[in-house]
Design a protein around this ligand. Structure first.
Ligand SMILES: *[C@@H]1O[C@H](CO)[C@@H](O)[C@H](O)[C@H]1NC(C)=O
Ligand SMILES: *[C@@H]1O[C@H](CO)[C@@H](O)[C@H](O)[C@H]1NC(C)=O
Ligand SMILES: *[C@@H]1O[C@H](CO)[C@@H](O)[C@H](O)[C@H]1NC(C)=O
Ligand SMILES: *[C@@H]1O[C@H](CO)[C@@H](O)[C@H](O)[C@H]1NC(C)=O
Ligand SMILES: *[C@@H]1O[C@H](CO)[C@@H](O)[C@H](O)[C@H]1NC(C)=O
Ligand SMILES: *[C@@H]1O[C@H](CO)[C@@H](O)[C@H](O)[C@H]1NC(C)=O
Ligand SMILES: *[C@@H]1O[C@H](CO)[C@@H](O)[C@H](O)[C@H]1NC(C)=O
Ligand SMILES: *[C@@H]1O[C@H](CO)[C@@H](O)[C@H](O)[C@H]1NC(C)=O
Ligand SMILES: *[C@@H]1O[C@H](CO)[C@@H](O)[C@H](O)[C@H]1NC(C)=O
Ligand SMILES: *[C@@H]1O[C@H](CO)[C@@H](O)[C@H](O)[C@H]1NC(C)=O
Ligand SMILES: *[C@@H]1O[C@H](CO)[C@@H](O)[C@H](O)[C@H]1NC(C)=O
Ligand SMILES: *[C@@H]1O[C@H](CO)[C@@H](O)[C@H](O)[C@H]1NC(C)=O
Length: 692
């Protein structure tokens, strides 16, 4: 492997200074436009152009944020000799007089964020040097370069916390932070730092928190800040992280390297106290299994470390990468959004205290579960968005997931999980198996069954509360697949036909269910109406994307708060009685995208004024082949519907009347036409004595 170009880089965290007065309840007075409470003068946003001089002289905290001061004049703070904290955020400050802080011996905390202090930085620097007891200094957002910062900070040996975030620092050398012996926290995030010379932080013997997020650092090699506890280098362009090969004990507890371009697992200090390691969104993988080489020479990287005229070469065996660093205190490991195709044997064993492991969005194909791997302390395991087709459980292993609470297997290619994986997982509350083509075991399998399994059994998992089986290609549920659980959240969405027209398979868990998602499961209210009467605790029900033609029944189910009925085949709103009963608890209901009939709006009256209809503006109905927004319908029933609603008897009468009249007229004419002969006929037949 060729020699890597030399980058000497080294490595904050800045606690936002708590300017507020907390929750004191002392009575507030007011002086001019400033609020005074317990020695705190709050003059934020009062359009002041200078420091007010009429505040009580014992004021200990002065907040002047967002006032257009522009200049902090010499001696303007002299009336307040007991000031401990001064905040001047966003005051358009360009200039701070060199005597501005004269006799401010008590000042501990000074916030100068978001001003324009680059303009007269020399005078500002002189002013800062008159503050012997200053502990916290916020200079963020002042367009300072490293030279300006160096001048301002030089020998401020009492400073404990400094923020230089959002400035224009680019290169750090040992001169920038010279003499800051007490510094514990340094925030350098959101600058343009691309190089940190060796020794830049050497004088900062008490430094514990360093934030370098959002800079342009290409690597960190020879990391040797043993006293540092918190290091944040997220959002840089790191390709390497390499700790010094020292035997020294590192205090490092939290390392955030997320959102970089690391290719290899970081080469951590041999001895550390790391409990949180964040590696999200890099390009990392393990490679040993992918290369078949017998020559160890090809498996090393050499780092050339140049310091002045001294050159050191560090050789690192890349395939043994994880073996180098200590992980025994690790509790949280986030390896999501990387390129991991496998985890080396023994990798997880090295982290026996691990409680959270995130492997979301990698390329894992297989996971071997062995004794202590993953470690028994694990409570959350996220394997979602991988290509897992097999979880392999070592034969005879039980109780491997003893403490697991959340298991996310979403979006893999699993057909099932090994029998016994969940045996003894007595703390598990949440399983997400969505987007795997699994099936549910028809029979409980024998615990000693070994070999590939192509189904999952959730029965008798008493601790299970939340289960997502969305988009699992589930066929119609048989019997009671969730028997023996007390599920509160169940997602069966996007499984066409999973309920086969009845909610009977859910009756076992009906009393405990609180959230049920049945979106797009091809429910139709063909045979029997859906009956949710036994679901006494159901709070949220999603029935969208089905073909329901009538409202489901909710007798007794009065806990319901949210109901989603979008994209169904409803033509009418529920009857008034039904809605009234529902509305007692319902807070949100979605009704849009149904082919309601504008003339069948009987139930609308009860719903109309309801604020609970979240998509009221989108509810439409069909009015003689037009689609109309229900809200825009004129007050009463549309004119066109009135005809339809008229009493049918009357309608028939009206329709029949013209025909009857025509018939009558015709009869009369016929009668008159044939009157004579008819009369004559009758006369001749009856031999009446003629009166003609
Ligand atoms: C100070 O405390 C009071 C009372 O709790 C609160 O109303 C006020 O907003 C606080 N001031 C600041 C600047 O937080
Ligand atoms: C503060 O006083 C010095 C002289 O001691 C002077 O040079 C400077 O201009 C003054 N600054 C301001 C902001 O008035
Ligand atoms: C800082 O302090 C050192 C020793 O006390 C001194 O030699 C140096 O001149 C000081 N630097 C500045 C800029 O004051
Ligand atoms: C590191 O800094 C970034 C940027 O401020 C922040 O989003 C992230 O939460 C920090 N990491 C930790 C562990 O605090
Ligand atoms: C590695 O190569 C050797 C011969 O060079 C071969 O016998 C062995 O099977 C290979 N191993 C893998 C994992 O490909
Ligand atoms: C180089 O190695 C020597 C001896 O191992 C060590 O004393 C020195 O600090 C190293 N220098 C650098 C720049 O790492
Ligand atoms: C390195 O440079 C220093 C002066 O900068 C010199 O005293 C020393 O002898 C040099 N060392 C080597 C090994 O060249
Ligand atoms: C696992 O559970 C079974 C009973 O279901 C019990 O006999 C066994 O002791 C448990 N094993 C562990 C390691 O907890
Ligand atoms: C599982 O992971 C997926 C994708 O990362 C996420 O959307 C889902 O919310 C997770 N499930 C749980 C229960 O956290
Ligand atoms: C669940 O437990 C009950 C009672 O403990 C038992 O009768 C039943 O067989 C168990 N079912 C399964 C699938 O293990
Ligand atoms: C409904 O579910 C099926 C099966 O999962 C899926 O193919 C289809 O895209 C889903 N339809 C919608 C509208 O989500
Ligand atoms: C679905 O229900 C119908 C009648 O209710 C039944 O005949 C059919 O067998 C069921 N289908 C499945 C897959 O259970």
């Amino acid at each position: 492997m060729e020699l890597l170009p030399l980058w000497l880089c080294l490595g904050l965290y800045f606690l936002t200074v708590e300017w507020r007065n907390g929750s004191r309840t002392a009575t507030a007075a007011s002086q001019g436009s400033c609020k005074l409470i317990d020695g705190v003068a709050d003059c934020q946003g009062q359009n002041l152009v200078s420091v007010p001089s009429n505040l009580p002289s014992h004021t200990s905290m002065l907040i002047l944020d967002t006032n257009p001061l522009k200049t902090l004049w010499n001696y303007s703070l002299q009336p307040y000799p007991l000031l401990e904290s001064l905040s001047l955020h966003s005051c358009l400050l360009e200039r701070i007089g060199r005597h501005a802080f004269q006799e401010q011996g008590h000042l501990r905390s000074l916030a100068l964020a978001d001003n324009a202090l680059w303009e007269n930085y020399k005078e500002t620097a002189a002013a800062l040097h008159t503050l012997p007891g200053l502990q916290r200094l916020d200079l963020s957002g002042n367009s300072l370069t490293e030279d300006m910062a160096a001048q301002m900070l030089h020998n401020l040996s009492s400073l404990q916390v400094i923020s230089l975030a959002r400035n224009t620092l680019m290169r750090l050398d040992e001169s920038v932070f010279e003499g800051l012996e007490s510094l514990q926290e340094l925030d350098l995030q959101r600058n343009y730092i691309f190089e940190i010379e060796g020794g830049a932080f050497d004088g900062l013997t008490k430094l514990q928190r360093l934030n370098l997020a959002y800079n342009n650092l290409p690597c960190i090699v020879d990391f040797s800040l043993t006293q540092l506890r918190f290091l944040n280098v997220s959002y840089n362009i790191l390709e390497w992280f390499l700790a010094a090969r020292e035997e020294a004990a590192f205090e490092l507890e939290l390392l955030d390297l997320s959102h970089n371009q690391l290719l290899f697992f970081p080469l951590l200090p041999q001895c550390n106290k790391l409990h949180t390691l964040l590696l999200r969104d890099n390009n990392m993988g393990f490679y040993r299994d992918l290369y078949n080489t017998s020559s160890p020479q090809e498996m090393v990287a050499q780092f050339l470390l140049v310091d002045g005229n001294v050159t050191n070469i560090t050789t690192v065996s890349l395939w043994e990468e994880f073996a180098s660093g200590e992980l025994s205190a690790l509790r949280i490991l986030d390896m999501s959004q990387n390129q991991f195709q496998y985890l080396p044997d023994g990798f997880l064993k090295k982290a026996p205290s691990l409680s959270h492991l995130n492997l979301n969005q990698n390329c894992l194909v297989r996971l071997h579960i062995r004794e202590h791997e993953p470690p028994g302390a694990l409570t959350e395991l996220d394997l979602s968005h991988n290509q897992l087709s097999e979880l392999h459980l070592a034969p005879g292993l039980v109780g491997c997931l003893r403490n697991l609470r959340v298991f996310n297997l979403s979006s893999n290619q699993l057909l099932g999980v090994p029998t016994g994986l969940f045996a003894n997982a007595s703390d598990i509350t949440t399983i997400d198996m969505s987007h795997n083509q699994i099936s549910l075991c028809p029979q409980p399998a024998a615990l000693d069954w070994v070999g590939p399994t192509s189904c999952v059994d959730f029965r008798n998992m008493t601790s299970l509360k939340s289960l997502s089986l969305e988009g699992c290609g589930l066929r119609a549920l048989q019997d009671c697949p969730f028997q023996g659980t007390s599920l509160t959240h169940l997602d069966l969405s996007n499984n066409l036909g999973v309920l086969n027209g009845t909610v009977a398979p859910l009756w076992d868990i009906a009393p405990t269910l609180q959230v049920l998602s049945l979106r797009n499961v091809s429910l139709s209210s063909g045979l029997a109406e859906l009956d949710f009467s036994g679901f006494g605790n159901l709070k949220h029900l999603d029935l969208s994307g089905n073909s329901l033609a009538s409202f489901p029944k909710f007798k007794g189910s009065l806990a319901l708060q949210t109901l989603d009925l979008r994209r169904n085949a409803l033509t009418a709103f529920p009857q008034r009685a039904v809605s009234e009963q529902l509305l007692r608890s319902l807070q949100t209901v979605y009704l849009s995208q149904n082919p309601y009939d504008c003339c069948g709006m009987d139930g609308w009256g009860a719903l109309e004024h309801l604020e609970a209809i979240a998509d009221l503006a989108m509810v439409t109905c069909n009015l003689s082949s037009k689609v109309v927004r229900v809200m825009e319908l004129p007050g009463g029933r549309p004119q066109i519907c009135k005809w339809e609603q008229v009493d049918m008897g009357l309608l028939y009468l009206v329709l029949l009347l013209p025909s009857c009249l025509t018939l009558l007229v015709a009869c009369t004419i016929i009668f008159l036409t044939f009157k004579k002969p008819l009369l004559q006929l009758i006369k001749s037949r009856c031999h009446w004595s003629s009166i003609y």
